[in-house]
Each structure stands twice: as C-alpha cells, then as structure tokens.
Design a protein around this ligand. Sequence first.
Ligand code: FES
Length: 293
Amino acid sequence: MTEKRKRAALAVSLVAAALALGCVAALLVDHFVTLGAEAAATTRIEALELEVGTDASVATRIEAERERVTQASLARQARGGRLAWLLLGLSSLAVATGKVWASTRPTPSPSLERLQAAAVEPTLGLVGERRPSAPLATEPDAEFVDCLVRRLGPSRETAIPLLQAIQNHFGYLPDEALQRVCETTEITPAQIAGTSSFYAQFRRSPVGRHVVRVCHGTACHVAGATRVDDELRRHFGIRPGEDTDPDRRVTLDAVACVGCCSLAPVMMVGDETAGRLTPAAARNILDETLVEP
Ligand code: FES
C-alpha cells in the first residue's frame, strides 16, 4: 500500500471516529433536552388539570398539550433511531479503516538485547562463547539456520545474533550457513562480510577440536610464550598464517594476559590452565589431552 493510501485510511478512520463521538454527544443531548421538555409539559398538564373543574375549555388545552408531548416523544424516537444507525456505521468505518492503517505499520524491530537473549537459548548455546560440554557441529546444516531465522526473525537487525549463534554452533561461520542466511533473510552478503570482518569474535575458517589459548601477555612473552607457540605449531603441523592443524585437532589462539602471570608462560586448554610451561611440557599436555576420549 502506498504512503498516500495509508494516510487516507488514517484520515478516514479519525474523521469517522470523531463523527461517531459527535453522534454519541447528540444522542445524550437530545435525551436530556427531551427529558426536560417532558417534565415541563407534565407540570403544565398537571396545572391545567387543576383548572379543568372550573373551566371546561381547559380540557381542550390539556388534550392539545398531551398531543404535543406525544408528537415530541415520537420525533425523539425517530431522531434517536437515525442517530443510532449513523453511529453504528461510523464506528464500523472507523474500525475498518483503522485496521487497514494499523496493518501497514512497520513491525518494530526487536531490540538487540532481546535478540541476543533469544540466541542464548539452551539449545543454541551461549552467544559468543563455546560451551565446553557442547560438541561443535561438523556439517553445515540448513535446517539449523532455518530454525535460527524462525527464532530471531529475517530482518537486517538480526545479523549479529544470527552470526553469533552460527559461530557458537559450528565454531566458525561456514559459507553454506551464511549463504542460507542470505537466502532466507533480508541480510545481504555485503552485510555479512562487513559484520564478520569487523568483529574479532567471528571466524571464517573451521576451528579445531581443542582450542588452545596461548598467552602472549608481557609476563608470558618474557617467560618464553613464543617458544611454546612455535613448538606447538611445529608439532601439530600448523602452517604459517593459520591457527588450526590440517586434521582440525587443535586451534591455537594467541591471547593477551589471562590473569595468572605468576605461572608464566601459560596456556589454557578449554577451561584448564597450564603454567610454567616449557615447549616440551606444552606439547605433552596437548598430546595427553588429544588421547583422552
Ligand atoms: S601475561 Fe600471561 S598470564 Fe599474564
């Protein structure tokens, strides 16, 4: 519907509602005016009835007065009926055009907080974080994306919560999932590219089965974090410029201080912290972690 028609529907609705209110006011005024007139006529008739005993001609005036009251009552009923029908018609018109106008109003976009709250559903996992107990999905799953879109909505404002939930589910943003998002929402590939590259939390490449956060804060750097990192890269065959080994067993995540500098150098495997590392000790810890079921 065009903007002009929307405005016309709103105008008709408002005018009809105003006229309907006018009808209600007219009915009320007519009712009270008639009541006053009838009371006055009754008073006059009662006064004439007192005179009728001494003057027979008064009977004719009483009869005329009663006839006038009767005609006034009939006229009031006729006016009331017409006003009631008019009121009904105007009310219906106001409601119908009001509904037309309301149906064309844009649905308010859900707030980012609400969208993020929706994405924190237990089935989806915590937005922006990986739950240690929740295994990552391995195959891009269109049904999962469709479920997310149904839950969060197809508007452009849902881009960040959608990407967060997808990343949480797969550990990264698979191309197939992003393509499905573009097919089923108003989100464009350009918007996805911009959002996913702007926020450091989003990954475009698969993540390993274990994410190892190697601290490169000052204390750990001085204590030999680079040597730990180099050894782990060499041991797992992680190529320069990449952070995950070809078998997707381990992803090395270089992080800033994790808050236990006295144990430097430090790495975290999931929620476990390992400190005072040597390159060999770090390698052995990860080897043991990988053989655990
Ligand atoms: S610098 Fe590594 S834990 Fe603080």
